[in-house]
Design a protein around this ligand. Structure first.
Ligand code: UD1
Ligand code: UDP
Length: 359
């Protein structure tokens, strides 16, 4: 059986690392990197640290508007699929690389498996929401991380091929936590002690493309940094959009971090402020309180269990949640992290081109 896997962006390298390690025991995997992320610290570092096999193809598409970028990927992936003739295409998450892989495969009648199916923000202004909805309505194997995700698909009439396998990112994280403790010296380099700093990331279009909103978020981070250092690895999308920082506080802008340093920073943080999907979950798994810098979240269980506060760009809410973070006594893993990779790969290996039944 041959599977073509499509990746292109940072979180997809991390998820694919966990799955490929197991999948390759049973399946011939052809790895395609679209080139959506291309800076060393957005791409190569993850391949090196997580020992992801070198991609069989790198399309080198790079950055661009949604149409230009997705269109170029679509053409490039189609060519590879015509040549490789796989039994199935595997896509992750909700990026333009996900959508391009899905469309290219579907038009060639190649079955599509979607990892992280069923997530919804119910905000159609998010490019990711469009990518997810379209992918879920074309895929024939839908791997859901949560019961909510399954329910979202049911509500849209998607029943066949839906499997609640859990979230493969958990095992990626656990693997990295072990490695990070052996290999990362980021806390020492930054002269930080655990539980004495906040960690922040911002990269969502809704935050970076609205100068007034971004300025409010930065003002909030600056305010938090008057109480404790705020470590802010800056996504390249955000870097060019930051205005001058006000004086005062201890807000430290860093380049994007490799995964091991990032995981060590997350594990040691007293609070994480982020608009990232992956980091909200990592905070939850690491039992670090999270403040989500968005108006909604797909990861509603983290909020329901009290580990995450959806603060939007409201300075008062952000400051309140960051200054007095809540650490609930319990945390049920709503994402059934343990064993997710095995559950998913077993279904994949047994379903080369078939639809697969619901679980
Ligand atoms: C993409 C995904 C988003 C995901 C994020 C993970 C889409 C629509 N968005 O957003 O869902 O959460 O990846 O990080 O697919 N850039 C560089 N170097 C790079 C990559 C990007 O400088 O290696 C800069 C470019 O200016 C580019 C901008 O970042 O225009 C945005 O990159 P892009 O891949 O289009 O979207 P992300 O914001 O990274
Ligand atoms: N990440 C990283 N270095 C960074 C920022 C993020 O390794 O400087 C990791 C993070 O730990 C998580 C993933 O990248 O595993 C999340 O990616 P991102 O926030 O870019 O995208 P999203 O999850 O929102 O799609």
């Amino acid at each position: 059986m041959k599977i073509v896997t499509i990746v292109g962006a940072r979180p997809q390298f991390i998820k694919a690392a966990a799955v490929s390690r197991v999948l390759r025991q049973d399946v011939r995997e052809v790895l395609v990197h679209t080139g959506q992320h291309y800076d060393d610290n957005m791409s190569q570092v993850f391949f090196d640290e997580l020992e992801i096999p070198r991609p069989d193809y790198n399309l080198g598409i790079g950055s661009g508007g949604h149409g230009v970028q997705t269109g170029a990927m679509l053409a490039g992936i189609e060519e590879i699929l015509l040549k490789e003739k796989p039994d199935r295409v595997l896509v992750y998450g909700d990026t333009n690389s996900t959508l391009a892989g899905t469309l290219a495969a579907a038009k060639l009648h190649i079955p599509v498996a979607h990892v992280e199916a069923g997530l919804r923000s119910f905000n159609r202004r998010m490019p990711e929401e469009i990518n997810r909805v379209l992918t879920d309505h074309v895929a024939d194997l839908l791997f859901c991380p949560s019961k909510t995700a399954v329910a979202n698909l049911t509500a849209e009439g998607v029943h066949d091929g839906v499997h609640l396998v859990g979230d493969v990112m958990y095992e990626a994280l656990m693997h990295a936590v072990t490695l990070a403790h052996q290999k990362s010296d980021v806390l020492e380099r930054l002269n930080l002690t655990p539980s004495s700093y906040a960690l922040a990331t911002i990269h969502r279009a809704e935050n970076t493309d609205d100068p007034e909103r971004l300025a409010r978020l930065m003002a909030a981070l600056q305010e938090v940094s008057c109480k404790m250092p705020v470590i802010f690895p800056v996504h390249p999308r955000t870097r060019g959009k930051l205005g001058p920082l006000a004086a005062g506080g201890d807000l430290r802008l860093l380049d994007p971090q490799g995964y091991l340093d990032m995981v060590r920073l997350e594990a040691g943080a007293s609070v994480i402020l982020t608009d990232s999907g992956g980091i909200q979950k990592e905070a939850y798994w690491l039992r670090v309180p999270c403040v989500t810098l968005r108006d909604e979240t797909e990861w509603v269980e983290t909020v329901a269990q009290g580990w995450n506060v959806v603060a939007g760009a409201d300075c008062d809410v952000i400051l309140g949640a960051a200054r007095q973070p809540v650490r609930p006594k319990t945390r049920d893993d709503a994402y059934r992290g343990e064993g997710s990779v095995m559950r998913l790969t077993a279904i994949l290996a047994g379903n080369a081109g078939a639809g697969g039944g619901g679980e």
